[in-house]
Design a protein around this ligand. Structure first.
Ligand code: CU
Length: 280
């Protein structure tokens, strides 16, 4: 009897806990409400199956408990039951997987008017690159990483010279405009994740991964790394600020281009060299 009671409490308690739990998603700030819908469908199906199985076990424990003189019947095969179980399971699994396929198709189909933004992960810092006035990102190469070029932007590619570089700072995005996030890592696996955007993707050294989204409300959002990447992984935080168009333009004017960064690092080098020679 105690076992039956525990099983019933487990089933009812799980449902009540799920409904009353304060640990729910952060309020959404992107177009990806479909992601939430697929998770809710999965919750409903797995929740229903969980409660049904646990209550069925409780029923069996009660109904078929040991009584003096009772004997168990041996029935190794039951065609009808097997057909039933197999078809219901198939429908359940298909209902959980099918919506995901539709959403995945949208997730990887980037709208043609999306602006490209590059995110570069490294232990344990987020950097960003925006296309400059030409609206084109220059190519990049890990071998080009050096003084004044922490992201390895190709200095021989004219498209990259006006790119805006944000090393370890805040990324700003204009509200309501689709963006294609190009994801790169210069060392190990990382994963760019802003919970409110409901989108994330692994960053793999040597390849460029991507996802797209449209920010739907202004605000300041925290970037998390969702791939264990070393001892500093929990501290690998960043900030994305979604601005109104006017605020975004103001912020954009204050950022440095790749050309400016290269010039600044060259100046610094000359200054250090002349200090060194005057000390001799
Ligand atoms: Cu990381």
């Amino acid at each position: 009897m105690a076992v039956v009671l525990i099983l019933v409490i487990l089933a009812v308690g799980s449902v009540v806990f799920h409904l009353l739990s304060p640990w729910w998603w952060t309020p959404i700030a992107s177009n990806w409400s479909y992601i939430d819908n697929t998770i809710i469908i999965t919750f409903w199906i797995t929740g229903f199956v969980f409660v049904a199985v646990v209550l069925f076990v409780a029923y069996c424990v009660l109904r078929f408990r040991h009584r003096p003189g009772n004997r168990a019947a041996y029935e190794p095969e039951n065609k009808k039951l097997e057909v039933w179980l197999a078809s219901v399971t198939t429908i359940g699994v298909a209902a959980m997987l099918a919506p995901g396929l539709f959403v995945w198709n949208q997730f990887v189909t980037v709208p043609t008017d999306a602006t490209e933004v590059e995110v570069v992960g490294q232990q344990w810092l987020w950097s960003f690159r925006l296309p400059g006035a030409d609206a084109k990102l220059g190519t990049s190469e890990t071998r080009a990483i050096g003084d004044g070029n922490a992201l390895g932007v190709n200095p021989n590619d004219p498209n990259g010279l006006d790119d805006i570089i944000i090393e370890g700072g805040e990324l700003h995005l204009p509200v309501g405009k689709p963006v294609k996030m190009l994801l790169r890592s210069v060392d190990v696996l990382h994963d760019f994740y802003v919970p409110e955007f409901r989108a994330k993707m692994d960053m793999v050294p040597g390849i460029v991964t991507y996802f797209w989204f449209t920010p739907t409300r202004t605000g300041t959002f925290e970037v998390l790394c969702a791939e264990l990447c070393g001892t500093g992984h929990p501290q690998m935080r960043g900030t994305v600020v979604v601005d109104s168009e006017a605020d975004y333009q103001t912020w954009l004017q204050e950022q440095q281009t790749f050309t400016q960064l290269l010039a600044a690092s060259k100046e610094q080098k000359t200054a250090t060299a002349s200090t060194a020679s005057s000390l001799k």
